[in-house]
Design a protein around this ligand. Sequence first.
Ligand code: CP3
Length: 340
Amino acid sequence: MALRNTSFLQACRGERPAHTPIWVMRQAGRYLPEYREVRARVTFEELCRSPELCAEVTRQPIDRFGLDAAILFSDILVVFDAIGVPVRFNPAPVVAEPIRTRTAVEALPWGRAADHLDYVYQAVRACKAALADRVPLIGFCGAPMTTASYLIEGGGSREFEHTKTIAFREPALFAAMLERITTLLIEYLGGQVAAGVDALQIFESWGAAFAPDDYRVHVLPHLRRLVSAVKAYGVPVIVFLRGNASLLRQAAELDADVLGIDWSIELDRAIDVVGRDRIVQGNLDPMALFATPEVISAKARAIVEAGRLARGHIFNLGHGISRHTDPGMVAHLVEAVHSA
Ligand code: CP3
């Protein structure tokens, strides 16, 4: 059946839909009481492994708000299941045995690893059924370096000490790790597309861990390979490269259909750097949702206005929504963007 709301996919193709489409990074999550109700019954790991519950929480923000796209409920770190590396969420992710040596990398079962993520592909099918063609479904993964950093650091990090030590002192090992992860991610996104996702987003949440010149040398080639390979699947590819203020030129070198812009830069200035022929997504500061409705409306209008400078614009936050956000303010934002 044909999708009823095509505004997001139109914008991804550079067409101008009747209104600016909007979805919100982390739109399914702890700020919604109905999500917390599901989470009271199961752990986050159990939730990610249950296709039925994934479909239920993916649908929650779609049922509540007039959003123009859904995003698969999962996590960028479930790919570690594919290579037999356990990760726990408390809620911050912890990898008890980090991978930092060539021996450790080579001991992992990389062959046909993406086959072990069948529960995610089943979740995609369950989400598609639950959405019943109301809005498109976005699949996703972490970018090679962001994903690798959790494997190497053993969790989140402020300074990325181990990741950068390997990149600087053992560049061949770093490249080998990112190459293997990239191959896994290419297969994983292929599985998501085969299961039915309508678009893909790649999250480079920790791009700014590297100085721009080091990013270009050690990280960008792998991200570029991932983007080029998954573009062949035929669905729009969005890259959210957080750290835009310093890495926007690097982002512009990617062949992605849509470039995600974080909230650290004015959208019009970002468009000038990446080029007015590009399609952009973003970029309201998630904490702006703590402002008054009037201030939210004014900020939304300014971003929609700036977005008109680009070939296409999808409204989003400039990073994930805070768990303390009032859902009523999200409803207000969606209204404000659609009527701007
Ligand atoms: O609604 C959606 O956007 C889809 C679901 C989604 C989650 N994580 C659910 C989640 C998506 C797209 C992600 C991506 C993700 N996960 C990223 C990239 C985006 C970004 O925020 O930069 C990263 C870096 C992760 C890793 C991760 N997972 C962290 C750092 C955490 C804990 C942080 C926190 O918010 O407390 C998680 C856990 C996680 N992933 C939660 C959710 C809803 C909270 C878990 C819970 O319910 O207890």
